[in-house]
Design a protein around this ligand. Sequence first.
Ligand SMILES: [Zn+2]
Length: 85
Amino acid sequence: MQSSLIGKIEKAKRYAQERERITFSDFTTSFQGKHNTYTVKCKDGQWQCTCDFFSLWGLCSHTMALQEILSEMLPKEALLKIDQG
Ligand SMILES: [Zn+2]
C-alpha cells in the first residue's frame, strides 16, 4: 500500500476519536421505536419527529436519544432543546 494512503488511514483513525471536529447540520434518520418506525429530522438545529409525543412537547425519546448519541457532533442549537423539556 502506498505510504500516503497509510498516512490517511492513520489520520482517519485519529479523527474518529475526535468527534468534536464533526458537526452534523441537516440530516434525516429512520428511528425504529417500540411500536413504529419514526422519521426524525434535524434542520438548522430544529428537530422534527413524526411521533405523537413530539407534536405535543417539541421533543421526544427519539430526538433525545439522537442528542445523546451525537452529542458533541450536533450544532449548539440542536442541543439546547433538551433543556427546554
Ligand atoms: Zn419521536
